[in-house]
Design a protein around this ligand. Structure first.
Ligand code: 5GP
Length: 123
């Protein structure tokens, strides 16, 4: 069995979070350190550690994550103005929590997609 994560404890409602949506496959809750007026994390209810661990069997839950993100964006009033969906993977992707999650970020212009770390080069 996969190790427990802070997000699986939120899914089970063992620790507090501002949950905006939950069903049999996914849970969505507000990020504790929002990067924009809307910053929601959409997670599978079962642990998939990272995007690199996704298998064919995960296709239903991955589809649900996108559908729920679109639904929340509409509910939050950001569907028309637009938003960004981000999935960080592994060390170079700056993944902090090893429970797959999609960031839904919007409510202000978000600027260019990548901010390079100081002193780094894209090449
Ligand atoms: P990552 O870098 O792994 O893609 O992003 C993890 C995100 O989870 C971060 O934006 C961080 O603020 C958020 N986060 C970490 N711990 C908690 C928590 O206990 N509750 C909530 N709501 N968000 C968390």
């Amino acid at each position: 069995m996969a190790a427990d994560t802070i997000f699986s404890r939120i899914v089970r409602r063992e620790i507090p979070a501002d949950i905006v949506y939950q069903d049999d496959l996914v849970t969505a809750f507000r990020d504790i350190e929002p990067a924009a007026p809307t910053h929601v994390l959409v997670v599978p209810n079962h642990i998939i550690a990272s995007a690199r661990d996704v298998t064919d069997a995960d296709e239903p839950v991955l589809g649900r994550m996108f559908a729920v993100a679109a639904r929340i964006a509409r509910e939050q009033g950001i569907a028309e103005t637009g938003y960004r969906l981000i999935v960080n993977c592994g060390e170079d992707g700056c993944q902090e929590v090893y429970h797959l999650h999609m960031h839904l970020i919007g409510g202000r212009p978000l600027g260019p997609m990548l901010a390079a770390p100081r002193g780094s080069s894209a090449h």
